[in-house]
Design a binder for this molecule. Sequence first.
Ligand SMILES: [Zn+2]
Length: 202
Amino acid sequence: VAKIDYPEPILELIAQLKRLPGIGPRSAERIAIWLLGSQSAAAVQLSAALATAVDAVTTCQECGFFSTRGNPCVICAAPGRDASVVCVVEQATDVLPLERTGAFKGHYHTLRGRISPLENIGPEDLRLEHLYGRIRRGGIREVILAVGSDVEGEATANYIAEALRAMKVAVSRIAQGLPAGGGLESADELTLFRALQGRRTL
Ligand SMILES: [Zn+2]
């Protein structure tokens, strides 16, 4: 006897929703049914917003923050920001918590990861060559390392500080006091503000 289930398009929708972070099978089913129910306008809007975002959003060629296709990000494009100071972060999502502190008016560089021997991530997997290139082009006088304060973050900061030693650029590290094992995303504004203000030269 054939098992009775939802029609194939619904099963496919549930399968796609299940792939999203934090969405289990029960939630996927509930969301799919909700989307296909009386709020169908919401489903069409969601689908349009998703298609637009996927098409339009990319990462800034220079710093790696989010931008729209063909354009530098709002930070790199902003006049009046200090391009001579570059804050190095692990992920693009670390930029906004730093921006919210209001304590930093320079530019950024996103590594897209950090050195982690356990996860087989080495320096060559990070956007480091691009950072060296930016420094070699000139105009950068200070690099602030705002990577996490856990073991991997520490290893990443030490590696970059060592690599930049031969280049004519000051290297500093934001002060300790960030949540243990956490990225910048989980740090509150005041902690981040103090961490930026209290940065120490490496
Ligand atoms: Zn940018």
